[in-house]
Design a protein. Structure first.
Length: 85
């Protein structure tokens, strides 16, 4: 198994462990996982085929679906996502 696949498996394991934490303790590791995901997916793309990258993107998006939906709703809100007037 390549280094990028090994790191992706460890990332998924860390995300699973983070999900078991109480919500107040999930923010710091969740943010670290969210920031490291694009770098890891890029590394996977460099070493593997596009199908592996698509699977990794689908896995990361499914783990972070609620924050991604929140950011999408906020971005699509009238007024460009700025505060209420």
């Amino acid at each position: 198994m390549t280094l990028s696949l090994t790191l992706a498996c460890l990332w998924a394991l860390a995300a699973t462990i983070t999900a078991f934490l109480p919500m107040r303790l999930q923010y710091a590791p969740g943010l670290a996982l969210l920031v490291s995901a694009p770098v890891l997916i890029g590394y996977l793309g460099w070493q593997h085929d596009v199908w592996v990258v698509l699977a990794a993107v689908a896995g990361a998006a499914s783990m972070f679906r609620r924050p991604l939906f929140y950011l999408l709703r906020r971005a699509l809100r009238p007024g460009g996502g700025e505060g209420r007037e």
